[in-house]
Design a protein around this ligand. Structure first.
Ligand code: FNR
Length: 389
């Protein structure tokens, strides 16, 4: 199945599965423990019905919106995800170029395989995602480098004081950078396209941290070992406040799921929250972002922008999130499957499919602009008016 025959995100996932060595596919696809949260993030969208208004003039649909101080042509953007070089040699640059072509924001992870300065060369708005490392100087350096490189926003991920329990990675022997061994030989041989580029360009360094974190300069290590040895478990709201003082642009806190933590984010001066459980990769059993959204919107009113991050695979998912009060959605696996399936062209395919779905769904719902979406267009299927978090 080539990219043109991928008709939805699931088709891109199937193509990614065929093209990637098994450990890398499962690294994208997997979650923590029993993967209940991973599944539930998407399934929870089914708790809501969409209620169309008929006989509206829907001949022109405008998907543009403003979020994090950026004018975007789409109400969804690319979530920060680490190590894109693992999945395709187009890596972060390919994804950033695709985002630019579709008029949306690209988020670069601390654990990216391209430097934030190189990504900044691609036109279009960028956000940099920060993990607070034990080496606090590194975090400060990120803020300064992002300012110099013209990043639109900074995003602090707070759901990863330590790594979640990703059993698929243990079973497949996932390590960074990938190494040829007895275990990996078969899966590398089954992915000749990927293996060819792995041999030609084996630079898998974590480009933004490698100059300060010795552990990465040398041999391969488990990702879990990296997170557990380098990230700081003592990180607290005081660190969020400290980061706020270092950065005068929009600050996003990513990884919040309750109304009380959203209020706290507001109190430390955040501009936006990404409602997120890290795509089900951290604490299994947490609510889906779409479930957490209504109570959080009620708690913070319009003082915080809220981004639904997790489980989005369809245009209707974006519609439901916006109708329930989100300012935008962010998409992780939805674009990573595209990257693995075909590099930049695969990410563009993912964005194209989601945009076409959203355009069609808006028209069928009877809405022509994002700001027309609201609670009148959604109803819980079980008749409850809201969800307590
Ligand atoms: C992630 N995510 C993530 N988040 C983050 O803040 N920093 C990171 O480095 C990463 N890395 C990462 C790698 C991979 C392979 C995945 C799948 C995810 C989480 C990501 O930003 C986002 O929260 C989830 O992907 C959202 O869920 P969906 O869209 O994948 O369902």
């Amino acid at each position: 199945m080539d990219l043109q025959h991928c008709h939805n995100v699931d088709d891109l996932r199937a193509r990614a599965r065929r093209r990637l060595p098994a450990p890398l596919f499962h690294y994208i696809d997997g979650g923590a423990d029993d993967e209940w949260t991973l599944r539930h993030n998407t399934q929870a969208f089914d708790d809501w019905n969409l209620l169309p208004s008929i006989l509206r003039d829907v001949s022109r649909i405008d998907l543009s919106t403003r979020v994090l101080g950026c004018d975007l042509e789409l109400p969804f953007f690319l979530a920060p995800t680490g190590m894109s070089r693992l999945f395709h040699h187009d890596k972060e640059l390919g994804a950033a170029r695709a985002a630019h072509r579709y008029g949306t924001l690209y988020s670069l992870s601390t654990l990216g395989t391209t430097s934030l300065e190189d990504v900044a060369q691609v036109p279009g708005p960028k956000m940099f995602q920060v993990y607070i490392h034990r080496d606090r100087g590194l975090t400060l350096e990120f803020a300064q480098r992002c300012k110099a490189a013209g990043y639109a926003a900074l995003c602090l991920t707070v759901d990863t004081p330590l790594a979640g329990n990703r059993e698929r990675d243990r079973r497949t022997g996932m390590i960074m950078p990938p190494r040829l061994g007895l275990r990996s030989l078969l899966s590398f041989a089954a992915s000749p396209h990927w293996a060819w580029h792995w041999l030609r360009d084996p630079d898998f360094r974590l480009a933004n941290v490698v100059h300060r974190v010795d552990a990465l300069a040398g041999g391969a290590m488990g990702l879990i070992d990296y997170v557990n040895s380098q990230l700081d478990r003592s990180v607290s709201w005081r660190d969020a406040e400290w980061l706020r003082a270092q950065w005068d642009g929009p600050l996003v806190i990513k990884g919040i799921g309750t109304a009380s933590d959203a209020r706290q984010a507001l109190a430390v001066g955040a501009d936006a929250v990404m409602i997120s459980n890290h795509g089900g990769r951290q604490l299994d059993g947490t609510p889906a972002p779409i479930e957490a959204l209504p109570a959080m919107r009620e708690a913070v009113g319009t003082r915080l922008e809220l981004i639904v991050d997790g489980g989005v695979r369809r245009g209707t998912h974006v519609l439901k999130a916006l109708a329930l009060g989100a300012n935008a959605c962010s998409i992780g696996r939805g674009y990573l499957y595209g990257l693995a399936a075909g590099g930049q062209a695969g990410v563009e395919r993912a964005l194209h499919l989601l945009r076409e779905e959203l355009l069609r769904d808006m028209a069928l719902l009877g809405c022509t602009r994002i700001d027309e979406l609201g609670r009148a267009q959604v109803r819980r299927r079980d008749g409850r008016t809201d969800v307590e978090v």
